[in-house]
Ligand binder design. Structure first.
Ligand SMILES: [Zn+2]
Ligand SMILES: [Zn+2]
Ligand SMILES: [Zn+2]
Length: 351
């Protein structure tokens, strides 16, 4: 069993895998990061060039994996999206948390859920390049998995993210995203939740609604808006060209999304990804869905969550490597201003 350990100073949990990898593992799996020229580092597109005949995510390899969930059209063999357990999961579904102290330290078992969402039956076709109903099926799969996994009282947070391109940490070259349900709230998520709560206590308003209103008022950082969503570059992002998509309707939890909103979100997500691809020549990227934590195990703990938090998606192209200063200080340096980046997005046609 893998183990979760808590840093006693920062209250940050890390997962320590059971079988330690030797230094050679990093040379083998991360040649783009270890010992290769910098020019090789920005090649997200290369990993998607051809079909891998061993790919277990491809349509037709269904018998090789266990199916947790799928969306199918009327023809039962033809799935649109499919959810399978992640091979060699970091978090395992069976067992109890076994939380205990070891000397001055806290540890617990790495209990959780680790699933792969296959976003397309075709190896080389990203959902944004298909009919918009395909991206809607991907988002509906997200909604379903969060709604199911939040019923397990051992889980505190359910995080869905996508990595595109090897530099972004991609597991397979087949279009997919990953679901990870954890028995703790990851530190990065908790900081955002705490910040939103503190703002609400002070102003009695949702900070995300305020941000969206401010962005719509000035328009300087808005990329595109639809009836239900706004895509914009945040005022002080971590990465150049990072952007967020936020629903106009206040809701703390993504699971509350309705059918019309799913279709609208599918359209704005596809459009902005295609604009980013055009602007930055198909960069590796990562996106993450920030939604409310699981309220079932600690209902009384989240007094104002429904009012103070507002779900959103954060999309980050991986186009720079962070310096030691940035990694250690978390004071990020942006080579392109958010206003210029938004202007570039607005002027670019989707690829
Ligand atoms: Zn495949
Ligand atoms: Zn709000
Ligand atoms: Zn966020």
């Amino acid at each position: 069993m893998h183990e979760l350990r808590k840093d006693p100073i920062l209250n940050r949990w890390v997962a320590v895998l059971k079988d330690s990898k030797s230094p050679g593992y990093y040379l083998e799996t991360m040649p783009h990061l270890v010992g290769s020229p910098k020019s090789l580092r920005l090649s997200g597109v290369e990993t998607h060039a051809s079909k891998d005949s061993n790919c277990i995510l491809c349509h037709g390899k269904d018998h090789e994996t266990l199916e947790i969930f799928a969306i199918r059209d009327n023809n039962a063999s033809n799935w649109r999206t499919r959810v399978i357990p992640r091979p060699s999961p970091v978090f395992r579904i069976e067992g109890d948390l076994g939380r205990k102290g070891v000397g001055m330290y806290d540890i617990m078992n790495s209990i959780g859920a680790n699933e792969i969402i296959i976003e397309s039956p075709s190896h080389n076709t990203q959902p944004e390049d298909m009919d918009v109903s395909q991206m809607a099926a991907v988002l509906e799969t997200y909604r379903h998995r969060i709604s199911e996994l939040e019923k397990d009282p051992r889980f505190r947070y359910i995080l869905i993210h996508k990595d595109f391109g090897k530099i972004a940490g991609e597991l397979y070259s087949h279009p997919h995203s990953e679901v990870i349900a954890t028995p703790i709230i990851p530190k990065g998520i908790k900081e955002e939740l705490d910040g939103a709560k503190a703002y609400y206590y002070y102003k009695e308003r949702c900070v995300f609604c305020d941000i969206m209103n401010e962005e719509l008022k000035t328009g300087k950082r808005v990329i595109v808006e639809t009836g239900n969503f706004v895509a914009f570059i945040p005022f002080a992002p971590k990465h150049p060209f990072e952007y967020w998509i936020m629903p106009r309707r206040h809701d703390c939890a993504f699971q509350g999304i309705n059918k019309a909103e799913i279709e609208d979100l599918a359209a704005i997500l596809s459009l902005t990804i295609k604009k980013m691809r055009s602007l930055l020549k198909n960069p590796p990227y990562t996106y993450v869905l920030h939604t409310a934590p699981n309220r079932i195990p600690r209902k009384d703990h989240w007094h104002t969550l429904g009012e103070d938090f507002h779900w959103h998606i954060e999309i980050m192209p991986v186009i720079t490597s962070k310096s030691g200063f940035e990694l250690n200080s978390e004071l990020y340096i942006l080579d392109t201003s958010p206003e210029d980046a938004a202007g570039n997005f607005r002027e670019t046609s989707p690829l």
